[in-house]
Design a protein around this ligand. Structure first.
Ligand code: ADP
Ligand code: MG
Length: 259
C-alpha cells in the first residue's frame, strides 16, 4: 500500500473511472426522404472530475452529442455507459430518473420560466426528485452561485449573467455528478461569460463535478483541460490543455491588444 491519497496527479488520473463511456455512437435524423447523420461513429470516455469543452462548426453535431450524453434522447446506434450503467436500453422513466440524479443541464438561452422568482425556479428539480428541505437546498444553491441576495427576483429583474447563474443553481440543486452546458456563454457579454467560467472552474475544482460544455469560442475553451472538436458528426481532434487559463486572471488576446 503506497501513496494512496497523495499519489501524483498522473497516477490519480489513471485511476479515475469513466463516468461517461460512449462507443461508436450514431444519431441519424430522418426528414422525409432525407437522412442527416448528426453523429457518425463517436467514441469517447470522460472521467470523473474532468473539465471538457466541445467545439466545432455549426451543424457539426455538438448539441446532438450533448443531448445523447444527457440521456435526453436515444442514439440510433452504439452504446452509452453512464456511471457504468447501460443507458441505451433504459425505459423513458429510468432515463428520467437517471438524468435527475446524475446530470444538471445549462442552456444558451437559460430556459427559465419568465414569471417565476429565482428561488422557485431552483426548487423545481427538487419537486421532481422528491427531495425534502427544498427551500434550504434552493437557497444554498443560489448562495453558491453568488445570488443569495437575489432569490426573490424574476428573470426580467436580473441581468443575463445573473439569469444564467440562476440556471446553474437549478442545475446544481440535485447535487449532480455531471454538468452539461450547451453554449452557456453564447448569449452573454464577456464579463458575464467570465463569471460563468469562474463558477464552472470552482464547481469542478472544489466539488469535483464533471463539467462538459459546448463553446464556439477557442479562448473560452482554453479554460478547460480537454478540448474535443467535432466536424460532420465525428471527433476530429481531442487535445489536452497543459495549463488551462484561470477565468478572470487573463485577458482575451484581442482585449490585451486594445489596451
Ligand atoms: P451543432 O450543435 O453543432 O450546431 P446539431 O447537433 O444541432 O449541431 O446538428 C447536427 C446536424 O443534425 C445538423 O445537420 C442539424 O440540422 C441536424 N439536426 C439536429 N437536430 C435535428 C432534429 N431534431 N431533426 C432533424 N435534424 C436535426
Ligand atoms: Mg448546437
Amino acid at each position: 500500500m503506497t501513496n494512496s491519497s497523495n499519489g501524483r496527479d498522473e497516477s490519480r488520473h489513471e485511476n479515475r473511472k469513466p463516468v461517461i463511456a460512449i462507443s461508436d455512437m450514431t444519431k441519424v435524423y430522418t426528414m422525409g426522404e432525407h437522412e442527416v447523420r448528426a453523429l457518425d461513429g463517436v467514441s469517447l470516455e470522460i472521467h470523473e472530475g474532468d473539465f471538457v469543452s466541445v467545439m466545432g462548426p455549426s451543424g457539426s453535431g455538438k448539441s446532438t452529442l450533448m443531448n445523447m450524453l444527457g440521456a435526453l434522447d436515444q442514439p440510433t446506434g452504439g452504446t452509452y455507459l453512464l456511471d457504468g450503467t447501460d443507458v441505451s436500453h433504459m425505459s423513458d422513466d429510468e432515463l428520467a430518473d437517471t438524468r435527475n440524479q446524475k446530470i444538471g443541464f445549462v442552456f444558451q438561452n437559460f430556459n427559465l420560466l419568465s414569471r417565476t422568482p429565482a428561488l422557485q425556479q431552483v426548487e423545481l428539480p427538487l419537486i421532481y426528485s422528491g427531495k425534502g428541505e427544498r427551500r434550504q437546498r434552493a437557497e444554498a444553491a443560489l448562495e453558491q452561485v453568488g445570488l443569495g441576495d437575489r432569490i426573490h427576483h424574476k428573470p426580467s429583474e436580473l441581468s443575463g449573467g445573473q439569469q444564467q447563474r440562476v440556471a446553474i443553481a437549478r442545475a446544481l440543486v440535485n447535487e449532480p455528478a455531471i454538468i452539461l452546458a450547451d453554449e452557456p456563454t453564447g448569449n452573454l457579454d464577456s464579463k458575464s461569460g467570465t463569471e460563468v467560467m469562474q463558477l464552472f472552474q470552482k464547481l469542478n475544482s472544489e466539488q469535483g463535478i464533471t463539467v462538459i460544455f459546448v463553446t464556439h469560442d477557442p479562448w473560452i475553451a482554453r479554460h478547460t483541460r480537454r478540448v474535443i472538436t467535432l466536424a460532420d458528426g465525428k471527433i476530429v481532434r481531442d487535445e489536452l490543455i497543459d495549463e488551462p487559463l484561470v477565468a478572470g486572471e487573463s485577458k482575451r488576446p484581442s482585449d490585451t491588444a486594445l489596451h
